[in-house]
Design a protein around this ligand. Structure first.
Ligand SMILES: Cc1ncc(COP(=O)(O)O)c(C=O)c1O
Length: 387
């Protein structure tokens, strides 16, 4: 079969491959602790599930408008307006099956051969994959451990050129748990405005923060007009399998993103959208409970990792990932991740699954029980001491 040339430029998300390998080992009778997949281990709060069931029983079994059910778009607009202190209307919102399509559509709609797109590296692998897919040039901005996995602004300024079309940022950040300080956001905003560049702000972990306040680049005057906020329900409400996300963007751009929705999905699952309304408008206690649990696990995993010889880990400020530096083990990231899976029974991801600048690190998702985290730490410790 002859594939279109662009397919050779499409990347992937390694987490799903490691999960498959880990499951294959389990099928052979091995016990594996899963720290590879980035999803809350909690079930979706009950009142959200009830809302979806009720929606199905009351006839939400049909197509909806491509951009989403108006009541959900309005609830999202209200939420984003309240939490970012910016004016957002329903027409700024496009609802999608998961947040990932926003990444896909925005990069597809803006980038083309000859353009440059700056993206965080290490970073969510789909940014680089999609930029390459469009034929634009993917320009990595390295995230540096010494800056708490934010980036050096001098280095950033040097990467911006007349060809820069889009800047992708993600804070709180996957895979490092780092946060971009308010001053960094202000400088990115200043450059984006001066040079007429769009920003894709992946804010999917906005509710999962352990210190400081969440800052959105859209709060900087002049930025709402040139920013697409990517957000969704997967992480905050433990709804990864439901597939519900959204983008908040300038109204004229929302028209085009809606056209991409019409061409690809028609609309997002109707009952899932009704569940989203219940999530936003209902009690938020479960979210607070989950974040408190993640914080407790973060403290356990970071302390444990720092006890392992050759491993050091700074304290992540948000999301649910630890990103330990493993250079002193003497092993490369990929080899160590494979060794830990095969020898220790601990599934982790190589830092390089998130780009070349992830070399020297592993990503561990601590969305798992304290008992499993402690087990994984003990098994890793033993395996690494045995190197
Ligand atoms: C930074 C980041 N953005 C977007 C997504 C995609 O979220 P969704 O599952 O809603 O498509 C993820 C999921 O892992 C993520 O980590």
């Amino acid at each position: 079969m002859k594939l279109a040339e662009r397919m050779s430029r499409l990347g992937t998300e390694t987490a799903f491959e490691v999960l498959a390998k880990a499951r294959a080992l389990e099928a052979q009778g091995r016990e594996i602790v899963h720290l590879e997949i980035g999803e809350p281990d909690f079930d979706t709060p009950k009142h959200i599930i009830e809302a979806a069931c009720q929606a199905l029983h009351s006839g939400y079994t049909h197509y909806t408008p491509s951009a989403g059910i108006p009541e959900l778009r309005q609830a999202i607009a209200d939420e984003i307006s309240r939490t970012r202190d910016i004016p957002v209307e329903m027409d700024n919102v496009v609802v999608t099956p998961g947040a990932k399509p926003i990444m896909f559509y925005v990069i597809l709609a803006l980038a083309e051969p000859g353009d440059e797109v700056i993206y965080p590296n290490p970073g969510f692998p789909i940014y680089e994959s999609m930029i390459n897919f469009t034929g634009a040039k993917a320009v990595p901005i390295p995230l540096r451990e010494e800056y708490g996995f934010a980036f050096d602004l001098d280095e950033f300024r040097k990467l911006v050129t007349d060809k820069t079309r889009l800047i992708v940022i993600n804070s709180p950040h996957n895979p490092t748990g780092g946060i971009l300080p308010k001053e960094t956001l202000a400088e990115i905003a200043r450059i984006a405005i001066e040079r007429d560049i769009m920003v894709l702000a992946d804010e999917i972990y906005d509710s999962i923060m352990y210190e400081g306040e969440f800052h959105s680049i859209t709060a900087v005057p002049g930025m709402q007009e040139r920013t697409v906020i990517l957000n969704g329900f997967s992480k905050t409400y433990a709804m990864t399998g439901w597939r519900l996300g959204y983008g908040v963007m300038p109204k004229d751009f929302a028209v085009h993103i809606t056209r991409l929705m019409t061409n690809s999905n028609s609309c997002t699952n109707a009952a899932t959208q009704m569940a989203g309304i219940a999530a936003l408008k209902g009690p938020q206690d479960d979210v607070l409970r989950m974040v408190a649990a993640f914080q407790e696990r973060r403290d356990v995993i970071v302390a444990g990792l720092n006890e392992i010889p050759g491993v050091s880990c700074i304290m992540p400020k948000g999301a649910f990932y630890a990103f330990p530096n493993i250079t002193a083990t003497g092993m490369k990231s990929r080899a160590l991740a494979d060794y830990l899976l095969n020898e220790a029974g601990v599934a982790t991801l190589s830092g390089t699954s998130f780009g070349a600048y992830g070399e020297g690190y592993l990503r561990l998702s601590y969305a798992n029980s304290i008992a499993n985290i402690n087990k994984a730490l003990a098994w890793m410790d033993r395996a690494i001491r045995g190197l």
